[in-house]
Design a protein around this ligand. Structure first.
Ligand SMILES: [Zn+2]
Length: 174
């Protein structure tokens, strides 16, 4: 059942059938952008966002594989998963006509519904003991795999190097 495509749902368990869905099928189980909070043995939370662009399905495939692995055992660490543009993913598009690009909504003060969605996600994160926050995008063009960071402190560089040998530093988009 599809709801408003910018309303945030918050869940504390994996919905039945979620892991059987590919990115296009998520809309059959989720009503729209969804935050799923799962408790693990370590209480500090790993935040992962995926499908900020509906046609970049790598993040969902990675999380789907990881969550399937831990299906019958506890997660080593609490996980907060943000599944972003479910409606666009259903159509294999970056975002839908009339939507704001989910990768351009994280700066405070925007007027669109998607900005309010992002602020809700950030408010939820404010209430959690965060371990790290990771966003997974597809690569585009003939690029090597790379990891992006927004700060140059050693912990950020360390985390980035777990994903790739190439690290890109950027501060825009927010
Ligand atoms: Zn992207």
């Amino acid at each position: 059942m599809a709801g408003p495509s910018d309303m945030l749902s918050i869940l504390t368990e994996l919905p039945e059938g979620l892991l059987q869905c590919n990115a296009r099928q998520l809309i059959t189980v989720l009503s729209g952008p969804t935050l799923i909070k799962l408790e693990g043995r370590q209480k500090d939370v790993l935040f992962v966002s995926i499908l900020l662009h509906g046609n970049e399905i790598t993040g969902w495939e990675a999380l789907r594989s990881m969550l399937s692995h831990y299906r019958d055992r506890s997660l080593p660490r609490s996980l907060c998963l943000f599944i972003g543009n479910v409606a666009a993913a259903a159509e294999g598009r970056r975002y839908l006509p009339g939507q704001t690009d989910y990768n351009r909504i994280w700066k405070e003060g925007g007027a669109m519904a998607e900005h309010r969605l992002a602020q809700k996600v950030l408010a939820e994160l404010d209430s959690m003991p965060l371990f790290a926050a990771i966003d997974i995008h597809n690569n585009s063009g003939m690029n090597p795999h790379y990891a992006c960071i927004n700060r140059l402190d050693p912990p950020f560089l360390h985390l980035a190097r777990l994903f790739g040998r190439t690290v890109v530093y950027f501060i825009r988009p927010d």
